[in-house]
Every structure is written in structure tokens, then in C-alpha cells.
Design a protein. Structure first.
Lengths: 114, 115
């Protein structure tokens, strides 16, 4: 069974440029999460989807970040415009509906803003 | 909000036992998770505790005391490949609620296993 797929794996952009990350969750997983992980820190939630509905986006900086999950499968996270402080690893995770247990993480996208 | 504390770094010897502690302060509690993360890789699930006590899975065990807001991860028969960061994470919500809430992670404990 394929795991959570993310692309690109690495991205280098100049500040003020836009950037987008893509995530394909494990087949059948209704819940999708986007986390941001800074160096030496644990992941921090940006947004959580139940199917196509964003049910927790309280930590998403909505002035520059946006996300969508059309058709309740793939998801895209966008930053426009990017700032130096956005340099981090962006992790996507998914979990089965009804499960109380683990989230499965993708390999992440390492973003460097110069 | 949630506050999760764990040591920043630990060093141990191959073949030994190491215990990584985690303390938390939360407004709600619905489970504590341990994840392993090798450098440059995604976190992978190790263990889950929601009721007090010890959960054992091979060389890894995890303990929870809800009254003390305390958990530990115990790694036995350490191997070089166990060198990684170990993340403690707490899920909010009501106990045994099956909601798929997000996790709040600690900063991680970087474990270095030496020969």
C-alpha cells in the first residue's frame, strides 16, 4: 500500500514569491492534516480536513496561507507571498475515519525562502 | 492550550536501555503518542497510550500516568539505527472520543546511540 505522497520534496524560492505544496493521502483516509516543522521542533498543525471540509484552521496564517482539498482526496497548501520565516518542512498526514490512533506522515516538503 | 516538555538530547550506548520522559499540561486529554523521526524523514508512529499503564511492543514500551501528566518511552537493547528524534504528542478532546483531532507535539528528544 502506498504511503502519503508529497511533492515537491524540496523547494527554494525568493521571498515574496508564491509556492504550492501537494499532498496525496493514503487511499481511503478521510482525514488530512498539514503540519509545519521548524528545525529542532515538533510539527505544528496548520489545518485539518475531514473529507473536503476544513474543520480546524485556527493556526493557519490566513493572510498569506491558503489550502484546499477538492473532492476530499488530494490537497494543496499555498503560500503567497512567502516570507523568510516560512522556511520549514511542511508535512502532510492522513488517518482513517473512525480510528483513534495513528496519523501517517508523508516525507514532507523542505521549503527554503531566500 | 497544551504544554509538552521533553529533554532536548540524550546519549546512550548500543545494547543498553534508555528512558525518554515527557510531561504535559493540557486542557483536555485524549491520548498520548510517541513518534520516531530520523533526520530528514517523516515521523513514524511508535506507540499510543490513553489509559494509565504500560504498553509494550517489542523493544519499545510506553508508560502513561494521567494524574501526573507524565509519560515515558523505554527503548531496550539499543541499536545504532535507534539514533533519531523521539516526539511526544498529545491529542486534545474527551477521553476515548474517537474524533480525529490533530496532535500537539513536543520539540522532540534527539537520541544518539554510541558503539
Amino acid at each position: 500500500e502506498a504511503g502519503v505522497v508529497q511533492s515537491p520534496r524540496y523547494k527554494i524560492i525568493e521571498k515574496k514569491q508564491p509556492v504550492a505544496f501537494w499532498c496525496n493521502p493514503i487511499s481511503g483516509h478521510n482525514t488530512l492534516y498539514w503540519y509545519r516543522q521548524n528545525l529542532g521542533q515538533g510539527p505544528e498543525l496548520l489545518i485539518r480536513y475531514e473529507n473536503e471540509e476544513a474543520v480546524d484552521d485556527s493556526q493557519l496564517p490566513k493572510d498569506r496561507f491558503s489550502a484546499e482539498r477538492l473532492k476530499g482526496v488530494d490537497s494543496t497548501l499555498k503560500i503567497q507571498p512567502a516570507e523568510l520565516g516560512d522556511s520549514a518542512v511542511y508535512l502532510c498526514a492522513s488517518s482513517l475515519a473512525g480510528t483513534a490512533y495513528e496519523q501517517y506522515f508523508g516525507p514532507g516538503t523542505r521549503l527554503t525562502v531566500t | 492550550g497544551q504544554n509538552i516538555d521533553q529533554p532536548t538530547e540524550m546519549t546512550a550506548t548500543e545494547g543498553a536501555i534508555v528512558q525518554i520522559n515527557c510531561t504535559y499540561q493540557t486542557s483536555g486529554f485524549n491520548g498520548l503518542f510517541w513518534y520516531q523521526q530520523h533526520a530528514g524523514e517523516a515521523p513514524t508512529f511508535l506507540s499510543y497510550n490513553v489509559l494509565d499503564g504500560l504498553e509494550e511492543k517489542g523493544r519499545f514500551s510506553s508508560f502513561l500516568s494521567r494524574s501526573k501528566g507524565y509519560s515515558y518511552l523505554l527503548l531496550k537493547e539499543l541499536q545504532m539505527k535507534d539514533s533519531a528524534s523521539y516526539l511526544c504528542a498529545v491529542r486534545e478532546g474527551r477521553l476515548l472520543d474517537t474524533g480525529r483531532r490533530a496532535l500537539t507535539f513536543g520539540s522532540g528528544t534527539r537520541l544518539q546511540v554510541q558503539p
